[in-house]
Every structure is written in C-alpha cells, then in structure tokens.
Design a protein around this ligand. Structure first.
Ligand SMILES: NC(=O)c1ccc[n+]([C@@H]2O[C@H](COP(=O)([O-])OP(=O)(O)OC[C@H]3O[C@@H](n4cnc5c(N)ncnc54)[C@H](O)[C@@H]3O)[C@@H](O)[C@H]2O)c1
Length: 351
C-alpha cells in the first residue's frame, strides 16, 4: 500500500489488516514537504504502527525511487494479495509551484508502482486513487441554476443523479495537478486493457474523514471544520460559496476497495463520491459546522475561484453499485462533520 499514512491509505491499512491481511506500507511523509507541519501525516503513521503492531510493516520509501520500490515488491512478490496506491501530490494549487515534482509523484510514481506490480504480482487487484479532476473544468459547463445556498444542475438533466464515467476528459482546463492525475488514470486503465491486469481507477470526489491532516490547500471539509473550531478565518474562493461537492467518508471508500479486491475486473474506472446521498455547498457545510460547534464561522471571501475548481460536482456511483450491488454509502455530510468535531474536540481548540 502506498501513501499508507494518508487519509485513505491509513483507513485502508486498518481495514485490510482487519480482514486478516498483513499490511506493507510505503509513505515518506512527502505531505509535510507539500503542506508544512499542519499537513504532515507523521502522527497518523505513529498511530498506525501503535494500533496494528505486528500486522503492519512500514517503508519510508519514496514512490519516485524505482530501486527502493523494487526491493519492496521483490521481497513480498506473489504473496502480495492486493496493491492499493494512494500516494500522491493531491493539490491543484501546489502542483503549479513545482510541476516536475507533481508529475514525478503522480504520473511517474504511479507508473513505477504499476510496473512493479506487473513484474512481481500481476494477478493482485490494483486499486488506484484517481480524482474527478480528470474531467477538468468540464463540469462547469453543465447547465446550473443558482439557488439560495448552492448551485444545482437543471432538473431532468442526464447527470441529475450525478456525473457518470462517460463525461469526456479532454479539451478542457485541468490544472497541472489534473493533468498529472489524467496520465496516471489512463496508465492504470492501460495496465488493465493492454496487460490484462485487474486494475481500477477510482475517481474520487471529496474524500474525507477523521484521519485527514487538514491543510488549507487540501482537505477542505476537515480544514473548514478545523477553522470553525479554532476560530481561524477560512477563505472561500469564488462562486459565492455556493459550489457543491459530494463528500465521501474514507470508510465508504475502503469498503468499495474491499468489494473490488474480492471480485476484481480489468481496466475499470469508477466515479466514487458521496453522490446524492452526501453533498453540500460551502455555505451549507459552514451552517452545519456552526450548529455543531455553537461557534460562528469567520469567513473571508475572495471573488476569484481557484483555477479549475468545480462549481458543482456530484458523482454518480451507479456504475460501481451495478458491479457491486452490496456496497452502500453510510456517511453523509452532517455525520462526517460530527465525527470530525468529536474526534478533534481536544485538539482543534480556539487560539
Ligand atoms: N482527499 C481528497 O479529497 C481526494 C479527492 C480525490 C482524489 N484523491 C486522491 O486520493 C489519493 C489519496 O488521497 P488522500 O487524501 O489520502 O491524500 P493524503 O495526502 O492524505 O495521503 C497521501 C500520502 O501519500 C504520501 N506520499 C505522497 N507522495 C509520496 C511519495 N512520493 N512517496 C511516498 N509517499 C508519498 C503522503 O506523505 C501522504 O501520507 C490521492 O491519489 C489523491 O489524489 C483525494
């Protein structure tokens, strides 16, 4: 598993260890380099090691380090039952600062993991964390209506229940991050189609959960909650704060991974988000956070939206559910925020 100390990686490590598998984690806390101390996942790794004990083995290896990665794959070889690839540079804004680093981690790093899997464990299901940003800013061309607290798609539109995987991914603005993730996403599909490996790209909406190392540039729901709890000012960029995201809890993400692991298919892509079940605009999320904390949010508003930011995104999970009918979403936005509040009540205190 790569990115094992991250939001999704740590949840997956716990979940798969709970299924009785030994977990081998690869994570060098590059998130700290990306986002500073607030973004470090060191704390999460320490908890993982403490909680999983002997069923977790950690490697502080960078996925850009081909030789280092190969040593790990060689060591475990065909004993590897599943590869879960979550390590990434995950932020739009950060990617433009260092395009080489972004591409080397997201695109080349994914190829490094794929190629090792092909040589050492080609039959192991390969689960890749892609993103809805592969659709670039195309969702912003959907016919939207402005309501009191959010944007909404026109009623009766084919994507009313969420955007499906048939949305084209090219001829639109992606940001540097979106482009490196497209490269990885297509490569993962190709290892399924061309080499016949059981690979899947999960195109995440807003992935979130209590293990998020909330930083301003990544992890908006956790960061929003943290700001309200600590009395920090949160900056909303554009769209009057009415942009809609669907949020999926890391638990619901890893149960989807488990379903794929148990019954894999080659070269699949799936949109994976909270869908109609779990979504909110920034304004709506603030309202829920204020109710939970009894504190008033401090919001600064900047007119200019972030480059490539979606004005409205709700994933359709219909394709995944048609392949895996037993999988269900169990967390909606209020439940996600309540859990964050309770988990961090002693840590995110007013400053
Ligand atoms: N969180 C979201 O909202 C979201 C949405 C869509 C897609 N995704 C994708 O899901 C995946 C997981 O996201 P997350 O929120 O868990 O991210 P995260 O930043 O919490 O975790 C990623 C982990 O990977 C590690 N890492 C980064 N580069 C590395 C490298 N070169 N070598 C070794 N380790 C490295 C980081 O230190 C971090 O612990 C990413 O691919 C991300 O692009 C996330």
């Amino acid at each position: 598993m790569t990115g094992s100390a991250g939001l999704i990686g740590s949840e997956a490590a716990r979940h798969f260890a709970g299924l009785g598998l030994d977990v081998v984690g690869v994570d060098n806390d590059l998130r700290r380099y990306f986002f500073g101390e607030d973004g470090s996942t060191g704390w999460s790794l320490r908890r993982l090691v403490r909680d999983l004990g002997g069923s977790y083995t950690h490697f502080d290896t960078d996925i850009r380090d081909r030789d280092g990665l190969e040593q790990i794959f060689k060591k475990y070889g065909s004993d590897i039952a599943v590869v879960i690839h979550t390590a990434a540079q995950p932020s739009h804004d950060w990617a433009a600062k260092e395009p080489f680093t972004d591409f080397d981690v997201n695109a080349v790093g994914t190829l490094n993991v794929l190629e090792n899997a092909r040589h050492h464990c080609p039959d192991a299901p390969f689960i890749h964390c892609s993103t809805n940003k592969v659709y670039g800013d195309r969702p912003n061309f959907l016919p939207l209506r402005e309501l009191e607290t959010r944007y909404e798609i026109e009623p009766g539109h084919p994507y009313e229940d969420g955007v499906t995987e048939d949305m084209p991914i090219d001829n639109c603005l992606h940001s540097i991050f979106g482009a490196s993730k497209v490269a990885a996403d297509v490569m993962v599909q190709e290892y399924g189609r061309y080499f016949g490996m059981p690979t899947a790209s999960f195109r995440g909406g807003t992935l979130t959960g209590p293990a998020h190392s909330a930083a301003e540039l990544h992890g908006y729901l956790a960061y929003l909650m943290r700001c309200v709890m600590e009395g920090r000012t949160y900056t909303i960029y554009g769209y009057k704060g009415k942009m809609v995201r669907d949020a999926i809890h890391s638990y619901d993400v890893v149960t989807a991974f488990e379903a794929f692991f148990r019954n894999p298919r080659p070269g699949e892509v799936y949109n994976l988000g909270g869908g109609r079940y779990s979504n909110a605009s920034h304004l709506e999320a603030f309202r829920i956070a204020e109710e939970l904390t009894g504190r008033e949010a401090k919001i600064r508003y900047v007119d200019q939206p972030r480059v490539g930011d979606h004005q409205w995104w709700i994933s359709s999970v219909a394709k995944f559910q048609s392949h895996y009918p037993d999988w269900r979403l169990t967390y909606d936005v209020p439940r996600i925020l309540r859990e964050m509040y309770e988990a961090n009540a002693d840590i995110w205190v007013p400053r």
